[in-house]
Write a protein that binds this ligand. Structure first.
Ligand SMILES: N[C@@H](CCC[C@H](N)C(=O)O)C(=O)O
Length: 285
């Protein structure tokens, strides 16, 4: 079966997604998500974001490997901007439902197709220490759940070591985990943290919004950063501003940008819940 798939491509700090209007959660299969994310034979992306309309719109995330995580911070900013983009409003607030709960978002339009989005990400939950054997030694990680799971280290790691240790840690616990390798750049009143991410179901990405939140929460917990003040988390794709309050409530602020719109002549067929609204099919900005 073949069909035409209308999509938008969005990115937040280089964490990039194929965004699709959908009328149900099973609009595409894991295999189709893998095909869409393929950087050589598909559109290319770190994941697919299904946007299911309704009084409270819903985001469903599929990683590039077709697995379904509970949450995606950069993806949520992209979905909020995708929805705001259609209204033409300069500023807008909305709640978006996710598998990790409802997330209030405030969207400001910077210019055509470029938005700043602030999200109340919910509360961080500190988890048990994770020890993983790799490269002949034990690697210790702090675990933090921000809707999806993260393993965090502030130990120094070389770039090539991250590529070897990252995948081992990401697949160590049942269900997998996202991995963040961190370095404090500045402490005190204006803390800054450099982070390299190895994402579950994707691999190295240029940024991870939930990862930045988890890192900020771990830094506060370990006394590396103060609560209640913005923490700058520098990812390879750029900075995110994260605030962690006394109750571990998280706020994330960062950009979301539409890269292009298009249609894809598919050869794999679409799931029963997929919709291609003619209003935005086939246009390129
Ligand atoms: N890049 C995302 C996280 C996407 C999901 C993650 N790979 C997982 O499996 O939990 C973000 O910006 O948060």
């Amino acid at each position: 079966m073949s069909g035409t798939l209308a999509f938008e491509k969005w990115e937040g700090l280089g964490n990039d997604f194929v965004v699709l209007d959908a009328s149900s959660e099973d609009a595409i299969t894991p295999e189709q998500a893998r095909a869409l994310c393929d950087r050589h034979r598909g559109i290319g992306g770190d994941g697919v974001l299904l946007v299911i309309g309704g009084a409270t719109p819903r985001m469903v995330v599929l990683n590039a490997d077709g697995s379904r995580p509970e949450m995606c911070g950069n993806g949520l900013r992209c979905v909020a901007a995708f929805l705001a983009d259609r209204t033409g409003a300069e500023g807008l607030s909305m709640v978006i439902a996710t598998d990790a709960g409802d997330k209030p978002c405030a969207i400001e339009r910077r210019r055509e197709g470029l938005y700043d989005v602030t999200v109340d990400m919910g509360h961080a939950k500190m988890g048990p220490r994770l020890d993983v054997e790799a490269e002949g030694r034990k690697h210790g990680f702090t675990t933090v759940d921000v809707g999806n799971p993260h393993a965090i280290t502030f130990e120094p790691y070389a770039e090539d070591e991250i590529d070897r240790v990252g995948p081992t840690v990401a697949t160590a616990p049942a269900g997998g985990i996202n991995v963040e390798f961190c370095r404090m750049l500045g402490e005190g009143a204006r803390p800054r943290i450099a982070v390299t991410v190895w994402e579950r179901g994707v691999g190295r990405t240029l940024a991870c919004g939930t990862g930045a939140c988890a890192v900020a929460a771990a830094a506060c917990e370990q006394g590396r950063a103060p609560r209640g003040a913005p923490i700058e988390v520098f990812l390879p794709g750029g900075p995110l501003e994260i605030t962690v309050d006394e109750a571990r409530a998280l706020r994330m602020k960062g950009p979301a940008r539409r890269v292009f719109r298009g249609t894809w002549e598919t050869s794999f067929g679409l799931g029963p819940g997929h919709t291609s609204p003619p209003s935005w099919a086939g246009t390129t900005p």
